[in-house]
Design a protein around this ligand. Structure first.
Ligand code: 13P
Length: 252
């Protein structure tokens, strides 16, 4: 089963508007002539329309960093799926570690967001990851299985097949510590086995699972050499055009 690699930049709450526009233009340049891989950027909500204008007519995909499960209504501070789509996004990051740990989002809330994304035809990237305490207490598989099954709760196979997963160990985000390729390999294979049990083997083999957490130009090749790693969700290294360019051009 061939899965197209996805290299995704999560810009988080960074960059001024003009910097976001310049970075988007640099990503477009980086993607010229690129074949067999997909590239995505997730700017801050307010920067999405301007970035969408830069990306228009190119292959670079655009994502929101979160979204509300409802299409409209009294949800102060939220952004809806139709708003994201209208602005030019086709994907949305959900359940990011910072949403879970800084803003207290739980699996039930993330599942609602995810079903909302599927309902308006946005491709969700569902993020999962254990904390250092959970890893040290040997709870990693239990934690990840719970996040995955609750996150995908209520989905039928056709819907689950449209989800992209991102394994982002909390202790590796923004710390310079990466899960080694073998640690990531073990987790990605585990997530696929959970998908196979919950849905079916063919689905488990077609869902893309990205790795995230201190991905950089130095470690991207060894991570992408792992057959079960289908791409990367990149924070800090996606904010500089040279390092993201190198990541996009990982050695295959
Ligand atoms: P860093 O690449 O900065 O560790 O961030 C990873 C991340 O959270 C991507 O969503």
């Amino acid at each position: 089963m061939s899965r197209t690699p996805l290299l995704a930049g999560n810009w988080k709450m960074n960059l001024a508007l003009d910097e976001a526009v310049q970075l988007a233009a640099a990503v477009v340049e980086s993607c010229r002539g690129l074949a067999g891989r997909e590239v995505m950027v997730a700017p801050a909500f307010l920067h999405i329309p301007a970035v969408a204008r830069v990306l228009q007519g190119t292959s670079v995909l655009l994502a929101g960093q979160n979204m509300c499960w409802e299409k409209r209504g009294a949800f102060t501070g939220e952004v809806s799926g139709p708003m994201l789509k209208e602005a030019g996004a086709s994907m949305v990051i959900l359940g990011h570690s910072e949403r879970r740990h800084v803003f207290g989002e739980d699996d039930e809330l993330i599942n609602r967001r995810l079903r909302g994304a599927l309902a308006c035809d946005l491709t969700p990237i569902l993020c999962l990851g254990e904390t250092l305490e959970e890893r040290e207490a040997d709870q990693i598989f239990e934690v990840l299985e719970g996040q995955l099954l609750r996150g995908l709760g209520g989905l039928d196979p056709e819907e689950a097949n449209r989800v992209v997963l991102a394994y982002e160990p909390v202790w590796a985000i923004g710390t310079g510590r990466t899960a080694g390729p073998e640690q990531a390999r073990e987790v990605h294979a585990f997530l696929r086995s959970v998908l196979a049990d919950r849905f079916e083997k063919t689905l488990a083999e077609s869902v893309r699972i990205l790795y995230g957490g201190s991905v950089n130009p130095e470690n991207i090749d060894s991570l992408m050499a792992e057959p079960d790693i289908d791409g990367a969700l990149v924070g800090g290294a996606a904010l500089k055009s040279e390092s993201f360019d190198r990541i996009i051009h990982f050695a295959s």
